[in-house]
Design a protein. Sequence first.
Length: 403
Amino acid sequence: MHDDPYNLRPTSINRLRAVLIWILLAVSAMPMGGWLCSLVLSDATMLLQFVAFVPRWIWALLAAIPLVPVIILVGPRLRFRPAAAAGSTARPSAIPVRTARVFVAAMCLITLHVLLVDLRLTNMFRSQPAGPSLAIGQWNLSMGDTEPWTGSLPKTLGPAGSGTLPQVYLLTTNQRITPFNQMVATLQEDGKPWKAHRKKIFTIITHLPVKSTRELALPRAAPLPGTVSKRQRWEDLYNSMADKVGINRRVFTGVTEADMMEIVLDATSIIGREVVIWFIDLPSDPFLSRDEVAESIRTWLIAEQAKPNGLRQPDLVVGDCNIPRNCRSLDTMLKAAGRPMTHGFDQAGWGIAATWPLGHPILHIDHAFTAPTLEVTSYNLRRTPVSDHYAQVFELVATDKGK
């Protein structure tokens, strides 16, 4: 009798099992490669950005599904066992047990990375700091074909993690005029001096003093190679799919503008310092290179800061970036801030987070980044009755108290 440590002799049935296992491992290897490209290369090129736009937890899930039948087919032999002694006449097993072990071990590491880095599950146990905090609600109110929205901001966005209603609402409206006077009149019911400061597509509604605001048009992104007719076909394909899944149609061709509003907010009464906010809205065209867009914006923002009375270093960068969280191009753009910027979700959020499209959220494209002068203590997303974006509601505390 041969000494087969796995007791899986190369019979016809075992050979068929081996072929099936190899097929399943090959299927699992493809999303594993997508996960690795997203992690290492991110959106460095146009092709890679579509890989990076897929959330990493989805890549991990797609890789894990084929491994379930592999584990069943290999069974208890997946456990490590002593190898056959030297000089043994054992036959090699027909089943690729060792390869299956490598894949399962890799899947375990990928899962651990997703849970700790992408989903930030350790933030579940993060304690809420005591003391006053500045609560902010940001919402891209692009409403598509809906009528102008006249609802209540506090009821729609709700309170932040500590139960505090936002003291600042940051809104973008790039399609229809919204009756902000009616919104402000509703807010006035709490007896505070709410006021709307509006410049083009950007609006800040707050009862805190606003020292200054200015709206700037960022440079037009480089045109996408290819004819307009080809891009139009892509747009038509997207909108036909949007009709089927029930999300808003989009116009991509020619929409390559990016804008920013600089806000200097006096939040001394709450957190003991003023806050410089870069409120941004970046191009939504999915066929633009995000790497090129981010680099052009970085260069432009640095030049604007170098001008007399130019842009100030931000404490908070917030808005619809149309770039998913964890993409390299976001880091490229944020280099213009001149200091480290940390995502609010990474500081205080956890779980599967996505802000677009409404109803079937997949991509986390609305962001809030803070400099070391501020810390995010709670970060939540809110489903909204109109627009195709979720709102983000977060709280800030000062780490330097204005020093």
